[in-house]
Design a protein around this ligand. Structure first.
Ligand code: SF4
Ligand code: SF4
Ligand code: SF4
Length: 286
């Protein structure tokens, strides 16, 4: 009981601090806009606070909502490169900002983050997010090896055939809504391969299996920051996060590259110019 009350107080203090900072930043022109959340009709929605109305930032909330605010920042920066943009940033937002800067989607010196330390764990160590509700995976799925709560090692203990069949089952549920791509903070291509008619046929649901999902998975290798937004957004409950964790794991193991923290773009880049593939040096055998 005491601890619950302490936590509640901590939350109140944290929110008060964020509001004060946000109002000050806008009032003093330290930022032109600040992306955060506000409550509307009982729902947390992303909101762009502006320096013309700093008092509105009194309505800033931390809440539990998560949106790709950094992706919105990149759009604003495109339209207003002169803007300094403030962002209420959780750890996953910070990792995405890092990737967006590496890919020249934002200028780091034009971004100020108001840190919200919601989650002590990052992809640096592991990708669990305390804001993501534990998934309730049904018995059959668990038996077949698909469980959003499984780590990759546990998943890979299943026979390849079982894993393959279950992924194919998951992929055929896809309704090609593009929600996973649209919400993803590091999906920013002007021309998306998932809409290329030579690659993915139009007017067909489910989309080509497994091509649609493998194209996206390959593109996420070395870019996915494990924020989990795609999986949250997927109306068909496809365990996308697990898939992208796997491709990131491969990039880490083969190229010694840690997404979201390394200071250069991934050596495995299936999109963009200047593809180079530099393998990690082989371990010396004694
Ligand atoms: S977890 Fe999903 S939404 Fe988040 S960066 Fe990775 S692919 Fe994008
Ligand atoms: S990374 Fe791939 S899936 Fe994402 S927007 Fe670019 S082309 Fe589309
Ligand atoms: S969000 Fe889910 S259903 Fe929609 S395109 Fe992505 S995987 Fe398919």
């Amino acid at each position: 009981m005491g601890r619950a009350r302490d936590n509640a107080w901590q939350e109140v203090n944290k929110t008060m601090h964020l509001k004060t900072e946000a109002v000050t930043w806008l009032k003093e022109g330290r930022v032109d806009v600040l992306l955060g959340y506000k409550e509307v009709d009982g729902h947390s929605i992303p909101f762009c606070f502006q320096k013309e109305h700093p008092e509105e930032a009194e309505g800033l909330i931390a809440g539990t909502a998560r949106y790709p605010l950094e992706k919105m920042a990149a759009r604003i920066a495109e339209a207003h490169p002169e803007f300094t943009i403030g962002i209420l940033a959780r750890d996953c937002n910070q990792r995405a900002l890092h990737v967006l800067a590496l890919w020249n989607q934002i200028q780091p010196d034009k971004i100020r983050t108001l840190s919200l330390a919601c989650c002590p764990s990052t992809l640096k160590d592991h990708g669990d997010c305390t804001y993501l509700e534990p998934r309730k995976t049904g018995f059959y799925k668990r038996q077949a090896g698909i469980d959003g709560n499984l780590d990759l090692e546990a998943l890979e203990a299943y026979a390849p055939k079982e894993r393959f069949d279950r992924w194919m089952y998951e992929f055929q549920k896809c309704i090609k809504c593009y929600g996973c791509r649209n919400i993803c903070p590091v999906c920013f291509c002007e021309e998306c391969s998932l809409e290329h008619p030579d690659l993915i046929a139009t007017g067909a649901v489910p989309p080509e299996i497994p091509l649609f999902h493998l194209v996206r998975a390959v593109h996420m290798a070395g870019r996915c920051v494990d924020c989990g937004l795609c999986e949250d957004a997927c109306p068909m409950d496809i365990p996308l996060r697990t898939l992208y964790r796997k491709v990131n794991r491969i990039v880490r193991d083969v190229f010694d590259y840690q997404t979201g923290t390394c200071e250069e773009t991934s050596p495995f880049s299936a999109i963009g110019d200047g593809v180079t593939l530099e393998l990690k040096p082989l371990a010396r055998v004694a």
